[in-house]
Design a protein around this ligand. Structure first.
Ligand code: C5P
Length: 220
């Protein structure tokens, strides 16, 4: 069993979720999808008809939403209270509102604290991915990677993930528009000191996994 905490950040469509999950499987580590936590809070806030302009209400939603997230890479689910929201948090509606949670600093603080708790509970044997893992949530991780890819590659991947059901404009809004909003509060376009940038525009999934695996095995 390897004892390692791997932090991976990157924009949407960079492939970080798929790669992170696969690394966790191969090394028998936990997997934390922090984006799913922001999505679950956005889902909950929508159920509560929270006014997105009311930042206090958004922070309250982050505090009160009873989010439970699986850290098993082979059995991913997210629950909010008794409701399984695993699929509901991936809808375009939730996706379009999630930045309204993510851009409220006090809401981020709530989720960051929870993420640190989940990482500690894993005994720091985990692959955690998001936008601020390498810089805020776990800057002390043994392996820190910023995974990037060209806009073209990212749009293509996200489009394929959604089964080709979205037109190019809607897709661009989801990928590029969301990154632009998110970038106002977290920097995931340039690597912080000590963070390794991995550009996987021209790599397939297995090559991306291998590149990360090499970095992890070098660190343990
Ligand atoms: O990774 P994913 O696309 O599921 O993330 C959804 C949203 O959650 C992002 O667009 C961003 O607004 C927010 N997020 C964040 N910080 C993280 C992870 C996700 O702000 N660490």
């Amino acid at each position: 069993q390897v004892q390692v905490l791997v932090a991976i950040d990157g924009p949407s469509g960079s492939g970080k979720s798929t790669v992170a999950k696969e690394i966790a499987r191969r090394l028998d580590l936990g997997y934390l999808d922090t984006g799913a936590m922001y999505r679950a809070v956005a889902w909950w806030a929508m159920q509560q008809n929270v006014d997105w302009a009311d930042t206090h209400a958004v922070v309250a939603a982050a505090q009160d939403a009873p989010v439970e997230i699986s850290t098993d890479p082979d059995r991913q689910f997210v629950r909010v209270g008794d409701t399984n929201v695993t699929e509901a948090i991936r809808t375009p509606e939730v996706t379009s509102h999630v930045s309204s949670v993510a851009t409220v600093p006090a809401a981020r603080e709530v989720l960051v604290a929870r993420q640190r708790g989940i990482i500690a509970d894993s005994g720091r044997r985990m692959v955690a991915e998001g936008r601020d893992i390498t810089t805020v949530v776990a800057p002390d991780a043994e392996v820190r990677i910023l995974m990037v890819a060209s806009e073209e590659a990212r749009m293509q991947r996200r489009g394929a993930q959604l089964g080709g059901s979205q037109n190019a404009e809607a897709l661009r809004a989801q990928v590029v528009g969301r990154d632009a909003k998110d970038s106002t509060v977290v920097n995931f376009s340039t690597a912080a000191d000590g963070v390794i940038t991995l550009d996987n525009s021209d790599l397939n999934l297995e090559q991306s996994v291998q590149a990360v695996m090499d970095l992890v095995l070098r660190a343990v």
